[in-house]
Ligand binder design. Structure first.
Ligand SMILES: CC(=O)SCCNC(=O)CCNC(=O)[C@H](O)C(C)(C)COP(=O)(O)OP(=O)(O)OC[C@H]1O[C@@H](n2cnc3c(N)ncnc32)[C@H](O)[C@@H]1OP(=O)(O)O
Ligand SMILES: CC(=O)C(=O)O
Length: 533
């Protein structure tokens, strides 16, 4: 029995999350993620499947020390034709430092017939004696009832008998799995409700897959009718379409439904970091639209929205973004009104009278430029420079006289085909005309390198600046190679700052230069560099 308001969180990022196509955790990844999960206050951390692969074996051989989480080993019931005590697979999961074991077993008769090709009664015996042996070797056994919902619909008696036998053999938790992820919330609610009523007092868990985009909704529905353990993964990683996303589940359980998840309220503010940490580890671009933690989750773009948010953020925000460690963003674009511009000014730290004609003028310029291919909602640094230039508060740090960029493909002396890029820039800085040549693996890289060579002797601030992302988009596809090009450049520096700038032109090199120019100017302005023109 568990306290009625307490929902236990079971994270399976390191096991079911590792079953995501394209995801391949190292031992170091597993360790770093497990430590963060423990820090935030997750109850159970499933580390993987001991005996299944060398990474999991190494991770289980030296797991991190947890402050409060219980470490869980995953595995399946014994193989047919072996005793549980002598099954090598079962032994592998029972012989680690993990004192909790989560054991998967089939509860859909169709699977027993087709996937296992075993007699149904024989398989029920396998569940019972696997759980019973595990119970003598570890502190806590959970039974993951694979395909429980499909099994319950197909053969209710068989699915329920599997549960009862696991319980009788000593399972502390019965976790109902929507393994194929095809069940909808109303069916989850009905079936979990019926199970809870039929075996009252049993600790029931829920494990949902996201094949109909309902894994979170299904998990919440199960909790509503009595499930008290929820399994999920960070960012919804997992086999096929993924598992229930812990990052959405946790705040929904705590803030919307009032459950105690064991996570201290102040730790909710670590969720955004946790979500991005996983993406960083996996070299994935964070989902900007992710609920609660995405960079767009509290971005306000429409003029009507911003006007109201400025009066009270609750008008268009379901929670305060800071509660989950996220932040509000006010976007300026062709969907904006005066309120967007004023709000951005405030964020930038620009004092301006809202009735000033400069505000409407800037808005008109933004709308005009967006009609010509600019997109300021993704290029905050270029917007800030545009605004400051209109208000005459940003200096010119250098003046470009000309640039020339060459791209050459040729055979070198060793008979290899190579492509080289070379850029020459001529610019005025510190009352001198400077000319520099840069080489690069592409024309923009060469241009960037020539600009830095010319500017570094005058602006030491640029030493730690680097380009981290470069995106090109053709805006008028009907024009083919003659179309307008939009270039977005993301830059970073050694202080952990990141900023995005934009350039638009019919010529891709020209558009890139414009974005580079803004990137360099923004860095110098932010660092308070003294103009050396
Ligand atoms: C729903 C889930 O997500 S469960 C977790 C799934 N995750 C994984 O499978 C990842 C880790 N798995 C592995 O590394 C491997 O599959 C291993 C090491 C576990 C097993 O590998 P192999 O021995 O080569 O078997 P293989 O994966 O080909 O097939 C699974 C075997 O287990 C049997 N099996 C499947 N589920 C169960 C079960 N719950 N209990 C007992 N046997 C089972 C299958 O019938 C099959 O038996 P067969 O080889 O006699 O046909
Ligand atoms: C156990 C599990 O991962 C599933 O049934 O989906």
């Amino acid at each position: 029995m568990t306290a009625d308001n307490r929902v236990y969180l079971f994270d399976t990022t390191l096991r079911d999350g590792a079953q995501t196509q394209g995801v391949d955790f190292s031992v170091a990844d597993k360790t770093a993620i497990a430590i963060e999960l423990d820090r935030i206050g997750i109850d159970y951390i499933e580390g993987g499947w001991p005996g299944a692969n060398p990474t999991d074996d190494r991770f289980f051989a030296a797991p991190p020390a947890f402050n409060r989480a219980r470490f869980v080993a995953f595995g399946m019931t014994r193989r047919a034709g072996r005793s549980a005590a002598n099954d090598p697979g079962l032994n592998a999961i029972l012989s680690t430092q993990a004192r909790t074991v989560c054991m998967v077993g089939k509860t859909w008769d169709f699977h027993v017939d087709v996937a296992l090709e075993l007699g149904r009664t024989e398989y029920i015996d396998m569940i019972a004696d696997s759980v019973a042996v595990a119970r003598t070797r570890v502190d806590e056994v959970m039974f993951d009832a694979e395909h429980f919902f499909d099994g319950y619909k197909a053969n209710r008696d068989y699915a329920m008998t599997c549960l009862r036998e696991a319980l009788r053999a000593g399972a502390r938790w019965l976790v109902l799995c929507d393994t194929n992820g095809g069940t909808l919330p109303h069916d989850i609610e009905r079936i979990v409700g019926e199970v809870c009523a039929e075996i009252p007092g049993t600790s029931i868990g829920i494990h949902c897959h996201n094949d109909t985009e309902n894994a979170v909704a299904n998990s919440l529905a199960a909790v509503r009718v009595g499930a008290r353990q929820v399994q999920g993964t960070i960012n919804g990683l997992g086999e096929r379409c993924g598992n229930a996303n812990m990052i959405a589940l946790i705040p929904s359980l705590m803030l919307k439904m009032g459950y105690d998840t064991g996570i201290p309220a102040e730790n909710l503010a670590k969720l955004t970091h946790l979500s991005r940490l996983l993406d960083d580890r996996l070299n994935l671009v964070p989902n900007r639209s992710a609920a609660y933690v995405g960079s767009r989750a509290f971005a306000h773009k429409g003029g009507l929205h911003v006007s109201a948010v400025e009066k009270d953020p609750r008008t268009y925000e379901h929670i305060d973004p800071a509660v989950v460690g996220n932040e509000r963003i006010i976007v300026v674009s062709d969907q904006a009104g005066r309120s967007n511009v004023m709000a951005r000014f405030r964020q930038i730290g620009l004092e301006i009278d809202p009735r000033s004609p400069d505000v409407m003028r800037l808005l008109e310029i933004v709308k005009e430029r967006e009609a010509n291919g600019y997109a300021y909602d993704g290029a905050d640094a270029s917007f800030e420079l545009l605004a400051r230039r209109e208000l005459h508060t940003v200096p010119d740090y250098f003046v470009l006289q000309s640039f020339r960029v060459l791209a050459e493909r040729r055979w070198n002396a060793r008979g290899e085909l190579i492509t080289l890029s070379e850029a020459t820039v001529k610019l005025d800085v510190a009352k001198h005309r400077v000319m520099e040549v840069g080489e690069g693996n592409g024309p923009v890289n060469a241009l960037d390198s020539a600009l830095r060579k010319a500017l570094l002797p005058h602006y030491a601030e640029l030493v730690d600046m680097r380009l981290i992302d470069f995106k090109v988009r053709i805006l008028d596809s009907a024009g083919g190679t003659a179309a307008i090009t939009r270039v977005m450049i993301e830059s970073a520096d050694g202080h952990g700052q990141r900023w995005t700038t934009i350039g638009v032109s019919p010529n891709i090199i020209d558009a890139s230069y414009n974005a580079l120019y803004d990137a360099i100017t923004y860095k110098l302005f932010r660092d308070g560099a003294t103009p050396a023109v």
